[in-house]
Design a binder for this molecule. Structure first.
Ligand code: ATP
Length: 248
């Protein structure tokens, strides 16, 4: 069940945000999207999640056009975790997580909800109101909500942003587990070292275009990332990708 974008262009106002992007993503793999601010990563993710229609081109899952897919099927197929997700409703965490089951008839499937709690270390937060949680706690609850829906594709936009180091590692482990179970995982990351650790495949973007795509071993290299971001990376022993230490 591949997810493919075919010559996708997105114009927002007078700005060309994505320019004839064609790329194929495979299930059972973690695909990391990397690129500078404004490269179009979030836009690509939102188009792949059918939240925004492309101005031209098409998106398909296993050859079926996303725009023609019934909404409930789409909701069960794709789980989207937005960047720094805010929640408008001040519900308790358990009810927020249970919302992930809405696309299903067995909306209160307790086993799916329990698995989502366990995967995200959110059980202790179950009865807390979402508006009273820290940014990182809220991020874990929102991930649990997506996991509870057991999507075949999981799209996450900078999910590490508000997490402490231990929960960052947990989240990356969860993404790897999802991929090992056959889910297609697409994740936008800014942390290059973590990206190198978690990625099977990678898409490098700049100025609305795909600069490189393929197996992470080929695409995520100090040279390619240095050129993409205009920085020099210092690599410590045992690290595939180091940290940025200097602008080029
Ligand atoms: N509603 C909008 N109208 C016009 N331009 C927009 C709109 N939303 C986003 N853009 C522009 O589209 C471009 C791509 O934005 P996008 O959020 O996809 O980038 P990104 O790679 O995810 O960036 P970041 O790393 O900063 O999150 C940016 O130049 C942004 O200013």
């Amino acid at each position: 069940m591949a997810l493919s974008l075919d010559t996708v262009t997105l114009d927002l106002g007078r700005r060309r945000v994505l320019d004839a992007v064609s790329v194929g993503l495979q299930p059972g793999r973690v695909t990391v999207i990397l690129g500078p601010n404004g490269a179009g990563k979030t836009s690509l993710l939102r188009i792949a999640a059918a939240l925004v229609p492309p101005s031209a081109g098409s998106v398909a899952i296993d050859g079926s056009d996303l725009s023609a897919m019934p909404r409930d099927v789409r909701a069960r197929t794709i789980g989207y975790l937005p960047q720094a997700g805010d929640v408008a409703w001040n519900m308790v965490a358990r009810d927020v997580i249970a919302l992930g089951r809405l696309p299903y008839r067995d909306a209160r499937d307790d086993s799916a909800i329990a698995a989502a709690f366990a995967a995200t270390d959110t059980e202790p937060l179950a009865h807390r109101r979402i508006g009273e949680l820290s940014g990182g706690e809220r991020a874990r609850v929102l991930l649990a909500r997506v996991l509870a829906g057991k999507p075949r594709w999981l799209l996450a936009d900078e999910p590490l942003a508000s997490l402490d180091p231990a929960h960052q590692l947990d989240l990356l482990d969860r993404l790897r587990e999802q991929a090992a179970a056959g889910t297609g995982v697409i994740v936008v990351l800014h942390d290059l070292a973590q990206a190198a650790r978690v990625a099977d495949d990678a898409i490098l973007m700049a100025e609305g275009r795909v600069v490189a795509a393929g197996a992470a071993a080929d695409v995520v290299t100090p040279d390619s990332l240095g050129a993409l971001f205009g920085v020099r990376l210092a690599t410590l022993p045992g690290q595939a990708i180091g940290i940025p230490v200097e602008r080029l």
